[in-house]
Write a protein that binds this ligand. Structure first.
Ligand SMILES: O=C(O)CCC(=O)C(=O)O
Ligand SMILES: [Fe+2]
Length: 314
């Protein structure tokens, strides 16, 4: 199974020669074209900081429910804040998780009161900036792979206003509930934006559809030091299907002792990159040719996001 997960060492892209950077861009291109995701090492975010983020997440979700509820966005806004268990539905099926979404723009996020979690806000905003920096490098890498000039680079459409970090908590659940399909930790879906970063710890369960086989999912076990990077739906449209929007789900962890009746709780951290709301997403010229004629119409990124959020949260 492990051999089907493309693995990329990002160090040569961060500080290597042009030739080394181009080699990494080719490897990223291969991964996004064939499977839609890869495991990334030497990405520049220290493991200590990732561990700290999980520790903060645990403290956040241990806050009393009524404190967390005060951070829920008021409909029709589905912007950042706290989303209680049962809030998110994918094709009618509930995700058995609670999540807290934030960014580094202090005004855009409802933060827990300072006295409840001193220094949480500063840490979270700093972590969000680390993830943003990594995403900009990945967008440079993808732009190089797509042979875009500096003026055409995908980076320029991402000022970061719609970047979102998401802390996820999946409570402990009877294994039978997931096995029978009665409930799902996160039903199969593709993310909406350009690139997503996923951090797992201890308890895995992330699975990604194997594009080469139908109805088969690959287990992506947690591995310290690595981040899973996915292509999202808008990247798929922008590249006129050159890159996949990776379909993924969260289910029973494959690496835990078999036959567990009650699955332990699970935490994950996800960073979603999304282009600026005003961006028109239409297939890049470098992805279309006579042999490969354009498949998608132009759409507006902001309207698309609002529509998708309304579907999963109402
Ligand atoms: O928890 C995970 O590993 C993935 C969560 C996810 O797919 C999402 O939040 O979109
Ligand atoms: Fe996802």
């Amino acid at each position: 199974m492990g051999s089907t997960i493309p693995t990329i060492d990002f160090r040569p892209f961060i500080n290597g020669s042009l030739q080394e950077r181009q080699q990494i861009a080719t490897n990223v291109d291969d991964a996004l074209r064939t499977v839609g995701f890869f495991r990334l090492y030497n990405h520049g975010i220290g493991q200590g900081k990732i561990e700290q983020c999980f520790n903060w997440s645990k403290q956040f979700f241990h806050l009393p429910d009524d404190e967390k509820e005060t951070l829920s966005p008021t409909p029709p806004s589905f912007d950042r804040g706290f989303f209680a268990l049962g809030k998110e539905k994918v094709r009618g099926q509930i995700s058995m998780k609670e999540n807290y979404d934030f960014s580094d723009a202090m005004a855009d996020t409802a933060w827990p009161k300072g006295e409840l979690l001193p220094r949480f806000r500063e840490f979270a905003a700093d972590f969000h900036q680390d993830c943003s920096r990594l995403v900009y490098r990945l967008l440079d890498c993808v732009s190089m792979a797509l042979q875009l000039s500096d003026e055409q680079s995908l980076r320029q459409y991402h000022t970061g206003t719609l970047f979102t970090s998401s802390l996820n908590h999946y409570p402990s659940v009877p294994a039978q509930l997931l096995q029978s399909g009665e409930a799902a930790r996160s039903p199969a879906h593709a993310d909406f934006g350009t690139l997503s970063l996923i951090f797992q710890r201890n308890v895995g369960g992330l699975e990604i559809a194997d594009m080469k086989k139908t109805a088969t999912f690959i287990h992506i076990n947690p591995e310290p030091g690595s981040i899973i990077v996915f292509g999202g739906y808008l990247l798929n449209r922008w590249t006129d299907k050159r890159y996949r929007g990776a379909v993924h789900r969260v289910t029973e962890p494959s690496h835990l002792e078999c036959g567990m009746e009650i699955l332990p709780e699970r935490y994950s951290v996800v960073f979603f990159s999304f282009p600026d709301a005003a961006t028109t997403i239409e297939p890049l010229a470098s992805c279309c040719s006579d042999e490969n004629p354009r498949k998608y119409e132009a759409i507006n990124a902001g309207e698309y996001l609002q529509k998708k959020k309304a579907v999963i949260y109402t």
